[in-house]
Design a protein around this ligand. Structure first.
Ligand code: GRF
Length: 198
């Protein structure tokens, strides 16, 4: 069986990337082919290299906001690696419709909220501020609209009375590391049904 090839895009520590990489073994239908970052200092790059995975960096800063020009360089290592699936994992750049259209239907993202609630940033603080009883994470297909594509999976955590945003984020992150690998395994096998982890 030929494995699906997965490129993972990161901007920071890459804990979700590590979870995805560690899950792609044995009878898993996919294997990592590239870890790509917009940040040369992203801690996840060392972790990927240590795992023997090809890495690449395309720094967004020289492009000074010219998103299309940045993405013209960003897409090259993904195509060169022959990726079948792209996973955004703590990737902190907004992608244009032009980039997304090249991968729509085979690009996933994990977002730290129970979408459609709290698209965008600072999701943990916003959930606490709103007085929500629960929070969580969502894996969705990437479409041109930010944090908006078809939901492929969710995991929930309680918000505790004196939670700080960091404490809540840490509780959600544990679930991210369960959810993303579980969704990717199904997705790579062609199963796009929604998974709600308990
Ligand atoms: C996580 O909260 C994830 O939901 C968000 O980026 C944060 C850091 O992710 N997308 P990672 O540790 O770099 O995977």
């Amino acid at each position: 069986m030929s494995h699906k090839k997965v490129a993972i895009l990161i901007s920071g520590g890459g804990s979700n990337m590590v979870s995805l990489v560690e899950s792609m073994t044995g009878d898993h239908p996919a294997r990592p082919c590239l870890v790509l970052s917009n940040n040369a200092d992203a801690g996840g790059l060392q972790k990927a290299a240590a795992a023997g995975i090809a890495t690449a960096v395309v720094d967004h800063r020289p492009f000074k906001g010219d998103r299309a020009a940045f993405e013209e360089d960003l897409v090259k290592p993904i195509l060169e690696a022959g990726a079948d699936i792209v996973c955004l994992a703590g990737f902190m750049r907004v992608l244009t419709a032009g980039f997304v259209s090249q991968f729509q239907g085979r690009m996933l993202n994990i977002h730290p909220s129970l979408l459609p609630k709290y698209k965008g940033l600072h999701t943990h603080a916003r959930a606490i501020e709103a007085g929500d009883a629960e929070h969580g994470c969502t894996v969705h297909e990437v479409t041109p609209a930010l944090d908006d594509g078809p939901i492929l999976g969710q995991a929930r955590v309680p918000i505790l009375p004196d939670d700080t945003p960091d404490e809540l984020a840490a509780r959600v992150l544990v679930q991210e590391h369960r959810l993303y690998p579980a969704v990717l395994r199904r997705y790579a096998a062609g199963d796009r049904s929604r998974l709600d982890l308990t």
